[in-house]
Design a protein around this ligand. Sequence first.
Ligand code: NAD
Length: 487
Amino acid sequence: MQQHLIDSSEAALASVALDPLGLGTGTFEVRDPATERVIATPPDHSVETALIALARADEAGKAWARTTARHRSDVLHRAYGLLVEQRDRLALVITREMGKPLAEAYGEVQYAADYVRWYAEEALRPSGNYRENPAGGSTILTTRAPIGTTLLITPWNFPMAMATRKIAPAIAVGCGAVVKPAALTPLTTLVVAEIFVQAGVPEDLVQVVTTKNSAGLSSALMADGRVRKVSFTGSTGIGSVLLGQAAEHVIKSSMELGGNAPLIVFDDADLDRAVEGAVVAKLRNGGQSCVAANRILVQDGIADAFVEGFAERMGEAVLGNGLAEGVTLGPVIDDRAVRGFAGLVEDAVARGADLRLGGAAPEGPGHFFEATVLDNVPAGSEIANTEIFGPIAAITRFGTEDEAIERANSTPFGLAGYVFSESIDRAFEVADRLDTGMVGINQGIVSNVAAPFGGVKASGLGREGSGEGLEEYQEIRFYNLARRGRP
Ligand code: NAD
């Protein structure tokens, strides 16, 4: 490993202001998943301090809501520039706290910053509309007002992108925010919030609350009355707990929850394209992505060739510390994940799956698991019915189009799906029949700032990114204007 990268990453970690709220009491440990060493001890905020943070964000939000769209847009444009300028620092912090290879961390920084630029632009788009009362005599004008103070809860897998995808639209429309990052990866969010302040975001507007007591803090914040919107990205189980609290207190909710993405390869697919797409959809972020290809369904006629090419490309993954040169597959987030993967592989093989590649967890320190390919995975295996969230590919084969669709949809989840076929008719028809919010056609990536990201069924409610993502932070009002002389 290059010493200068270790030194720079240590400097980046040391630069993180751990307690910008100035309210910290106890602390908790954040560890590097590649070495298991403690890299920071941020404050373990209590319910009381979280409520102080909420009061600050709420107060600052009232003033921010009265600023002009042009001002908010200018601030966000400046924030975009600063995030890109400080990409080295951000990427190093991401790799150290989350583990992904440095090149992927740079990719996340740009992707995350792109949301800030996108919402700097969206802030200026006209909102609201005009319509006539069909019965005559009045005109209806609609406006979109900032919804009020928001609670933004993010997961550990994309610590920067999941934060900016929520913070940027909230700021763009004029809302304050309390942000609660995952306890495993709180540092990147602290840097992002610091950079927003450098760009001109009022100091109190975005409050980052670090804690080990997520459940206690969020339920107190949700019950407080000042939170008007909760946006959560994480597992379906926790999302549904939050939805219960949101229902009780009538809080608008966006839920980006778990996935179980099918990736379907038809006989008429371009083999190279399908292999490349499947590798990206499986190994991006070490498979720790809600849109990762979870069930790879391959039609009988192309299956042998696909499995051979795919296993070969998966075998090229270089496992190691994300800071080391040439590494393309970093550690997974923790030891619990490693144990879970070993159990999933064991169960699938015991039920008759063929292990084509990997399957083992190298010795620590660090939480590592090899890129793994399982072929002919039986439908009853645990791995076929669970969100893997790691570098394991589970392949099954199918005969007909109807069979593929039936299997693809046989899950409570509906986030992303992927279809590979050179027939435009088939690709669109199958995409239409998939019960998912997003479909990648002949490619393994669906995420894009301009696209409405989100799922159906147990994968969530609402959309992030795009113009739709902005509306999640707005409330519609209308004015009924009496019109004299109008029929
Ligand atoms: P998680 O649900 O364990 O945690 C997500 C966040 O919720 C963290 O900040 C955590 O501290 C917090 N949290 C935990 N318990 C809580 C509670 N009782 N009340 C309030 N907050 C609580 O999820 P994770 O392990 O961090 O992330 C992985 C999951 O996130 C996967 O299921 C993945 O599919 C999903 N995810 C979804 C999307 C999407 O856009 N749909 C994107 C990324 C990840």
